[in-house]
Design a protein around this ligand. Structure first.
Ligand code: 5RP
Length: 222
């Protein structure tokens, strides 16, 4: 928890007065939003946030961060968490089922900063299953399809007994485990070609900088 707080707070210090900020989702960005809200009040900053989920929308409100939309503004800087980061700064995201909007917001930013603790850094992506948001009616056909790529699909179940997780967009999430991901750029594209797939959680070539929290401090990967 402390490592997540440290990177979250460090990222909040990178935001400048007047910035439009993409607001990521998850337990690490929670600290980013907390610190950003505090800076807005203490330093009287004029900042607008663009949330990546209902969670970050509500947390923005709670922390006094005014929000806007992609329709109205372009994004200067986005800060988001990740489930895995490889040595080339490619990501797996979507552990919180918010990867569709996260990909839209994070890739639209002039600068995209990822905040993680050191447990998320890997040589090669793939230990974490790839979250795939699907139109509910396409659940079986998408599952069959990903098996052809060597993936093992599992419908993500929610807190309601027997019910699936429902995304902010009203869809399901299939978590697809691959033995290893040799070519993330290829897999990201191929998964999105499957009819019924809305978006998958591989983020290839989008990241500008990763702040990694460890017991030794914060390291920047670029
Ligand atoms: C949500 C995400 C999160 O950013 C990712 O799951 C990391 O979350 P956390 O900071 O809680 O470990 O992609 O869809």
């Amino acid at each position: 928890m402390e490592l997540k707080r440290n990177v979250g707070y460090a990222a909040a210090k990178l935001v400048e007065d007047g910035n439009i900020v993409g607001l990521g989702t998850g337990s690490t960005t929670l600290y980013f939003l907390e610190k950003l809200g505090k800076r807005i009040i203490d330093e009287e900053l004029e900042i607008l946030g663009i949330p990546t989920s209902y969670q970050s929308f509500l947390l923005a409100k709670e922390n006094g961060i005014p929000v806007t939309t992609l329709e109205e503004h372009s994004i200067d800087i986005a800060v988001d968490g990740a489930d895995e980061v490889d040595s080339r700064l490619n990501l797996i995201k979507g552990g919180g089922a918010a990867h569709t909007m996260e990909k839209i917001v994070d890739s639209a930013a002039d600068k995209f900063i990822v905040i993680v603790d050191d447990s998320k850094v890997v040589d090669k992506l793939g230990a974490f299953p790839v979250p795939v948001e699907v139109i509910p009616q396409a659940c079986r056909t998408v599952s069959d399809h990903v098996k052809q790529f060597g993936g093992v699909p599992a419908l993500r179940m929610g807190q309601r007994k027997g019910g699936p997780v429902i995304t902010d967009n009203g869809n399901f999430v299939i978590d697809v485990k691959f033995e290893s991901i040799e070519d993330p750029a290829y897999l990201e594209k191929e998964l999105n070609y499957i009819p019924g797939v809305v978006e998958n959680g591989i983020f290839f070539g989008v990241t500008d900088e990763v702040l990694v929290g460890s017991s030794e401090g914060i390291k920047s990967l670029k």
